[in-house]
Design a protein around this ligand. Sequence first.
Ligand code: B16
Ligand code: MG
Length: 217
Amino acid sequence: MIKGIIFDLDGVLVSTDKLHFEAWKKLAQKLGIHDFTHEDNVRQKGVSRMESLEVVLEKTDNKYSAEEKEEFAETKNCYYVEMLKSLDSEAILKDAKEALIMLRERGLKIAIGSVSKNAPIILERTGLIDFIDEVSCGLDITRSKPDPEVFLVAADKLGLSYKECLVAEDSKAGIIAAKAANMKTLGVGPDHMNLDADYQSETLLSHVDWEEILSKN
Ligand code: B16
Ligand code: MG
């Protein structure tokens, strides 16, 4: 029986996925890369900061040292953190807050499962922190999605077994991670049809048959 829902953050509850894209694009331009596209950015979803940098560097023949790469990742994070300063509840995606409220009223426990080290600040700035029970984020783990670690930590923090959890995700890496954790999956967002999840929906409420999901599992 499903007793807890673990939500990815960027692109599922908040629109910060767009800010990640802007910040990586700005770094790419600084490095003389002018063809960094939305398709490249899709491959960065759910993966760590350093792995995301490699997606950018695939677009240049220049070779960089480990120190230079650390510096680039830090520069991108500075751009991103600067953008987060003006973040507020407006960044919460359609249906997200309503879904959290409805699920909690039904007695389900709610956790965040995000590999972002900026997750706590995003939850504070948007006010979403008041609607969740536990946070598992980049500060709690050593391996990013598609490794299941972030979701295993979330379930442990909720005090639930892995098969009692369902994961809502907008990235392929995240769906693979959730399946590896033995959890049910709900693919959301513009790419929901391509995620190979157990259930799929563009948004978190209007198009999701929570009744069916929760009664069948
Ligand atoms: P940060 P999620 C992920 O968050 C993003 O999807 C991914 O694009 C980003 O590289 C990663 O967080 C690390 O984020 O640089 O802020 O630590 O989708 O797992 O919520
Ligand atoms: Mg995401």
